[in-house]
Write a protein that binds this ligand. Structure first.
Ligand code: GLN
Length: 446
């Protein structure tokens, strides 16, 4: 009830939730309460959370931030949603997001921008901006997000919370509306590494309904949170501290690195020579996959349908033309172009090759170090509207996060010293399935 009151008080200004499920939440809370009375002790029992509106929720609208799905009520739960439901979490509502998770500022949502709780008029980051703002403003205890090219980590950094993108395949994508299937990964957004560990514990694990889900055992993430960091080797990529990074942010990151040194870690300079190719590679691979994934929205099966179509072609064209926003259309056009005969080799195939080189850089680095650290984003939260007309500048706000998705590695953002009152995120990158290590390292800083 306390969280629902906070939502009623603050959501009108923040716009971070697009659906609030008051009756269902109170019912779920009562059920959790009876489970607690009966002696059950799960960590998530009765914990109020929100899901990014990209996760299908049985009987509750799942819009994906798009007019295309404004009328869509999924007849089933995403795997992550059902796991958290079983664990007794109480869903308060669904979080606003960039349309189909395409964006870095939450401005592409059909439901309007989300405001950063730290400063009205600033973006919360994206695409999981609603989730990040809701956690930061204490409208829920924790939230889910998804990260295709930084969408958990960058909004976590902009809103001063902790976000973790797991290894590709760690968390099932079943029921998570697809953007770029070889990159998409769901994960927790929380107030601390400890809370993120509790959430990940519930979300992770094999699911046969996602063919890319890994059959790896899930370790006890809470058990290793307090491992000491003596002898930990931290790789500092020199490419992450170039001219594109604001000086005051570099100072905050440096202060956190000094703290790690005090905790017994050793800092090692490393190089990720192909990291500068991350953004251009991503903007071929992700749109290519999105153009294929979004072909299912045809106005026939479900979702938006235009009124009075003249014929089938008119139905397709107008349903998609009216149902999708500008950024989604831009991605579909770029992707279709990159996959078309004559351009496939020049763009898509080349991007796939560079993707391998980027993974190889990380593989080589992890032979020398245990974790990699750097900034999550090159700036703090910018003003709503500041980059909206310049997609390339917007794309560059993911310059430090995108390579991690291309390589399929786990990455995390944790809050460090703010700059001018605005939050800054330190990014931690781990080797495959080293989420436990990342959570441990993050927890030691908090
Ligand atoms: N900002 C990136 C994009 O617009 C990443 C989005 C994401 O991770 N879902 O594609």
């Amino acid at each position: 009830r306390s969280y629902l009151e906070r939502i009623a008080g603050h959501n009108p200004a923040l716009n971070c939730l697009v659906t609030v499920c008051e009756t269902e939440a109170l019912q779920a809370a009562e059920q959790a309460d009876s489970r607690i009375q009966a002696g059950e002790t799960g960590q998530l029992l009765g914990i109020p959370i929100v899901h990014k509106d990209i996760f299908c929720t049985d009987g509750v609208k799942t819009s994906c931030g798009s007019r295309m799905l404004d009328n869509f009520i999924a007849p089933y739960d995403a795997h992550v949603v059902s796991l958290m439901k079983q664990a007794g979490a109480v869903m308060l509502g669904k979080a606003n997001m960039d349309e189909f998770a395409m964006g870095s500022s939450n401005e592409t949502s059909y439901y309007g921008p989300v405001h950063n709780p730290w400063k009205a008029g600033s973006v919360p980051g994206g695409s999981s901006g609603g989730s990040a703002a809701a956690v930061a403003a204490r409208l829920c205890a924790a939230a889910t997000g998804t990260d295709t090219g930084g969408s958990i980590r960058q909004p976590a950094a902009f809103c001063g919370i902790t976000g973790l993108k797991p290894t590709y395949g760690r968390v099932s994508r079943y029921g998570m509306i697809a953007f770029a299937s070889s990159l998409d990964q769901g994960g927790p957004m929380a107030r601390s590494a400890e809370d993120a560990a509790i959430l990940l514990q519930a979300m992770a694990g094999f699911d046969e309904r996602d063919s890319t889900c890994a059959e790896q055992p899930v370790p006890d993430y809470l058990a290793t949170l307090n491992d000491d960091l003596k002898g930990l080797r931290i790789g500092i990529p020199k490419e992450y501290f170039d001219d594109g990074l604001e000086g005051a942010i570099a100072d905050s990151i440096q202060q956190a690195l000094d703290e790690y040194r005090r905790l017994g870690a050793e800092l090692v300079e490393i190089s990720l020579p192909n990291s500068r190719l991350g953004v251009p590679t991503y903007y071929v691979v992700a749109p290519a996959e999105c153009s294929s994934n979004l072909s299912r929205f045809d106005g026939v099966r479900y979702g938006y349908r235009c009124s009075d179509p003249r014929d089938l072609e008119d139905l397709y064209k107008r349903s998609r033309g009216e149902g999708f926003g500008a950024e989604v259309k831009r991605r579909i056009m770029i992707g279709t172009y990159a996959l078309s005969a004559g351009y496939y080799d020049a763009y898509y195939l080349k991007a796939q090759k560079i993707r391998h080189l980027i993974s190889d850089d990380f593989r080589a680095a992890f032979e020398q170090v245990d974790v990699i650290m750097g900034p999550t984003a090159p700036s703090t939260a910018f003003a709503i509207g500041e980059k909206a007309d310049d997609p390339v500048t917007m794309y560059l706000s993911d310059i430090y996060t995108i390579a991690v998705n291309l390589a399929g590695l786990p990455g995390m953002s944790v809050p460090v010293r703010p700059v001018d009152g605005m939050p800054v995120g330190l990014q931690l990158i781990g080797n495959y399935f080293q989420e436990g290590r990342l959570l441990n390292v993050a927890h030691q800083l908090q």
